[in-house]
Design a protein around this ligand. Sequence first.
Ligand SMILES: *[C@@H]1O[C@H](CO)[C@@H](O)[C@H](O)[C@H]1NC(C)=O
Ligand SMILES: *[C@@H]1O[C@H](CO)[C@@H](O)[C@H](O)[C@H]1NC(C)=O
Ligand SMILES: *[C@@H]1O[C@H](CO)[C@@H](O)[C@H](O)[C@H]1NC(C)=O
Length: 435
Amino acid sequence: MAWGVLRLVLQLLPAALGDAGGEVDEEVRGAMSTFCPHLDEIPDMFTTFWQRLHSAVLQLEREFALDAQAPGYEIRALCVQLAFLRSIVKGQAGLPFPQAVNSCPTLMAIYFEWASGLAERAHQPRRARALMQLGAPLQLMALSRAMMRPGESKQVKDTQSTVSTQYAEKLQKLKGTAPPSVPWLRSKPGSRISRVAVRSLCDANYQGGNLENGTFNVTEKNHRSYAEKWGYDYEMLFRSPLSDQEPQFGKLQVAIDLLGSDDPPDYFFWLDCDALVTNRSISLEDLLETYQLHAAHFVVAEEVSGINSGIFLVKGGAERHGLRFLRAAMTSDWRFVWDQTMLLDQMARDSDLYADDMCYQWRTTGASHDFDWAPHFGVVPQQALNLYGQGSALQWGASAWQRGDFILHLAGCPLVELPCLQAFEEIAQWVEESH
Ligand SMILES: *[C@@H]1O[C@H](CO)[C@@H](O)[C@H](O)[C@H]1NC(C)=O
Ligand SMILES: *[C@@H]1O[C@H](CO)[C@@H](O)[C@H](O)[C@H]1NC(C)=O
Ligand SMILES: *[C@@H]1O[C@H](CO)[C@@H](O)[C@H](O)[C@H]1NC(C)=O
């Protein structure tokens, strides 16, 4: 049975590190040279790690194939694979997860894709989708490396773009389970939140940052006008509190400092520097009402390939609801796409994405269920608070901003580039004129 194999495989992995001897399967060698073509440039322990890991993967696949006619096979295979994936993510397979990813992002993303396929077969489309979203940043890392690396061979580039295209197509195919956008509702007069803190961070000083040498008067005026209209407190920060790291890492700290203070606001609302509130008549109370988010501690929009943390809302107050989550996310080692992947990783852990609880329940009672984000998360469609410019939306298969929408976020269109800045300023001007 696959459980026995899994246990064996997991015991083998850490013990095997440092022991480069032994036979390596042809199939493993093939996968290494196709998907991890540059392992020979880093210490041997990485090659050993991947050979062992991938041998274990192939062994599991063979077991699954033998078992495929047995009743309950789909759930069993899913649970075994997710236990395997979880041990890799937790760094229990012989290398800390970031190092494993860094040494071969392509193959790690493929493992998430494999898990997603098993979830689909087990009739858990929401789990399938979220697993693909977790693997998506690793996949993007692999693609950008293959394309940017000086002198990279055509063969490596072609292989990676095939893998990436398939990955993107699967994500598109799974988007049917995404939360739908709904028409705006007005909140009831008595439901005003008494204290909201709105913050943004525009750091022009960070060298090589996408805001280097920028001026942010347009952003500041836009954010401030919105906050003033609804009586929210607003401040634009020009320096990240974590001065030794890229500014993107600072935003969770800004939220944590405020929500952890002696006198925390009821809600904390984050707007990236390249975001504009384009419909001031929509309040945060309306957002809570429209998408039924009163119980959520952390609200963020998602698109096909995952959440986007450019705009988010955190519940504060004396219970410090959202603070616990943010503090946990700060400890995440998923720093691949700054705070965004750290948040996603923590959301996955809090929501049993790797199905520890679901599988335990299945083994003890025979009942299984699909994945849902934990009730303290409000995962909303882009229309709720984070629509992209035309170009990025088209490129990413995501939703584009239109006049009348609540918030525009020029993700993927850096304000240091003139066409992006012009579009941003034109729309900001239009907002002033239309209100
Ligand atoms: C920002 O300004 C500094 C100092 O004037 C300059 O050296 C640097 O090249 C500028 N960076 C960009 C992206 O314009
Ligand atoms: C931006 O605003 C500051 C004061 O808030 C002002 O000194 C500066 O001239 C403004 N810059 C532009 C480009 O409007
Ligand atoms: C803002 O949104 C509301 C609700 O959808 C809509 O009725 C209104 O026309 C929008 N306002 C602007 C300025 O686009």
